[in-house]
Write a protein that binds this ligand. Structure first.
Ligand code: SDX
Length: 397
C-alpha cells in the first residue's frame, strides 16, 4: 500500500481534523519542551543549559555536567564534592546484575547485555515511585551503576572476572580503571571525561524519545533506560559509532580510501556511517571536538594514527560527495578513534555512548515526568478497507 506523504497528510486532516499532524519519522514534531539542550542544526550550534558545547568540553567535567543537567546550575565546590561522594558510594550493583551479565555467552551483543542488566535493576526495584523530591538523587545513584554495568560487559566479553569501579577523583578514571585493571594516566582520564561530556545529551533523538514513551506511562527510570538502550543499538543511531570505525578497519590503509569509497558508497550506494544527521545539516560541532581529540591522542600512537589518517581522507571524499545535500560528519565519525586510542575494542563504542547518554536520558525523563507529564499516545492514519464483513471459512479464497 504505497501511499504518498501528501496523501497521508490529507487523510490525517480528514480523519482527525486540523490538530492532526502526519510527519514521517516524526521529523520536526515537538514532543516536549526542554531547558537542557539547544541545537541549531543549520548553524551547527549545541548548548547544554545555554553553555556552548565547546566551552563545557574544554573547561568542564562530566560530574559538573551531571549537576548542571539535574539541578540547573553549575555546582559550587561543596556541591561538587558531595556529588562525587554520591557517585563514589554507588558503583556497587546487586549480585543478580553481575550474574545476568556473566551467565550470557561472551559473544553476546554488548547493548543487549546492558538492556538485560538494567532490566534486572528494574526487576529488583519493588515499589518505584516518581517523586520530585527524590528523582534527581535517584538519577545520580543510577549513573555510577551504569558505569559498573558497562565495565562488566567489557570485562565479561574480554574473559575477565567481575569488578566494581573503585572510588577515585573522577567518574571517568573509576570507570577506565575498572575496565583495564591498571592505573590510568591523567590524560586518559581527561580524554574519557571529554568523551562523556560530548555524548551526554542531544535533546530528543530516537533513544531519548523511546525512553520518554516508556516513562510517560509512569513506568520506572530503569525501564526507561532499557527502552532507550534498545533504540540506541540500531546502526542509524548509536550503533553508528561502531559502524563508522568498522569502515576504517575495512579500508585498512589511507591509500585504499578512494577505491573503497567509490566501490562501497558511490557504486554500492551504501550509507557512509558517521555521516549525516536528522537535525545537523552542517558539520556536527561534537565531531569537530572528537576530531581534535583524535588528532592529539594519536600523535604518539601509530596504530590509531593510521585510522585517523583514513578517517580524514574519508571525510574529505564524503563532504565532496554529500556536503551539498547537508550531509556532514556527525559525532560518531571520529569518536571511535578516540576510544580505540584509549584501548577499547570496536564492539564497545555504542556501549560507551550509552554510558555517557544515561545522564541525558535521565535528565529528560525527570524534566518530562516532573514538569510536563502526559501519556505519550500518538495516532496512525487509517488506510485500510472502509467497510468489510466477516467471511465464513467455506467462502474464503
Ligand atoms: C546519532 O538524533 C540525534 O541527535 C542522534 C545523535 C545523538 O547524539 O543522539 O546525534 C547520534 O545517532 C548520529 C547519527 C548516526 N547515524 C549514522 O551515522 C548513520 C548514517 N546516517 C544516516 O543513516 C542518516 O544520515 C540519519 C539516519 C542519521 C538521518 O537520516 P534522515 O534524516 O532520516 O534522512 P534520510 O535517511 O531520509 O536520508 C535523506 C537522504 C537520502 O537520500 P535520497 O533517498 O533522498 O536520495 O540523504 C541520504 C539518504 O540516502 N543520506 C545519506 C546518508 N545520510 C542520509 N547518504 C549516504 N550516506 C549517509 N550517511
Amino acid at each position: 500500500m504505497a501511499t504518498s506523504e501528501k496523501q497521508l497528510e490529507e487523510l490525517a486532516l480528514k480523519q482527525y481534523g486540523e490538530k492532526s499532524v502526519y510527519s514521517r519519522g516524526l521529523e520536526n514534531v515537538i514532543i516536549k519542551y526542554t531547558a537542557l539542550t539547544f541545537i541549531d542544526g543549520n548553524k551547527g550550534i549545541l548548548k547544554y543549559r545555554g553553555i556552548p558545547i565547546e566551552e563545557i568540553a574544554s573547561k568542564g567535567t562530566y560530574e559538573e555536567l551531571i549537576y548542571l543537567f539535574l539541578y540547573g546550575k553549575l555546582p559550587n565546590r561543596e556541591e561538587l564534592n558531595k556529588l562525587k561522594d554520591t557517585l563514589n558510594s554507588n558503583y556497587e550493583v546487586p549480585k543478580e546484575v553481575l550474574d545476568a551479565i556473566y551467565m550470557m555467552p561472551k559473544d553476546s551483543d554488548p547493548i543487549a547485555l546492558l538492556e538485560l542488566s538494567t532490566a534486572v535493576l528494574a526487576g529488583l526495584e519493588k515499589d518505584f515511585k516518581w517523586s520530585k523530591d527524590t528523582d534527581k538523587q535517584r538519577a545520580i545513584e543510577i549513573i555510577p551503576k551504569m558505569a559498573a554495568m558497562v565495565a562488566n560487559v567489557y570485562r565479561h566479553k574480554e574473559g575477565k572476572s567481575p569488578k566494581i569501579p573503585s572510588p577515585s577523583d573522577s567518574y571517568a578514571r573509576s570507570f577506565l580503571e575498572a575496565c583495564f585493571d591498571r592505573k590510568v594516566t591523567d590524560e586518559e582520564a581527561n580524554v574519557m571525561d571529554k568523551a562523556l561530556v560530548l555524548y551526554a545529551d542531544h535533546e530528543v533523538p530516537a533513544s531519548t524519545t523511546a525512553g520518554l514513551v516508556v516513562v510517560s506511562t509512569l513506568s520506572d527510570m530503569y525501564s526507561g533506560i532499557v527502552g532507550a538502550l534498545a533504540a540506541l543499538k540500531g546502526p542509524l543511531h548509536g550503533g553508528a559509532a561502531e559502524a563508522a570505525f568498522r569502515q576504517f578497519l575495512e579500508i585498512g590503509s589511507p591509500d585504499r580510501v578512494e577505491e573503497w569509497f567509490n566501490e562501497k558508497i558511490i557504486k554500492g550506494k551504501n550509507r557512509l556511517m558517521g555521516f549525516g544527521h536528522r537535525v545537523y545539516k552542517v558539520y556536527d560541532p561534537r565531531a569537530k571536538i572528537f576530531k581534535s581529540l583524535a588528532e592529539s591522542l594519536t600523535q604518539k600512537n601509530p596504530d590509531a594514527r593510521k585510522y585517523y589518517e583514513i578517517a580524514k581522507k574519508l571525510e574529505e571524499l564524503g563532504i565532496n560527495q554529500f556536503g551539498s545535500k547537508g550531509i556532514y560528519p556527525n559525532t560518531d565519525f571520529y569518536s571511535g578513534i578516540v576510544y580505540y586510542a584509549l584501548g577499547f575494542p570496536v564492539y564497545m563504542y555504542t556501549a560507551l555512548f550509552a554510558l555517557s547518554r544515561t545522564l541525558g536520558w535521565l535528565a529528560h525523563f525527570i524534566e518530562y515526568v516532573d514538569e510536563q507529564h502526559r501519556l505519550i499516545r500518538p495516532r496512525a492514519v487509517y488506510v485500510g478497507p472502509e467497510n468489510a464483513s466477516w467471511i465464513p471459512m467455506d467462502q474464503r479464497s
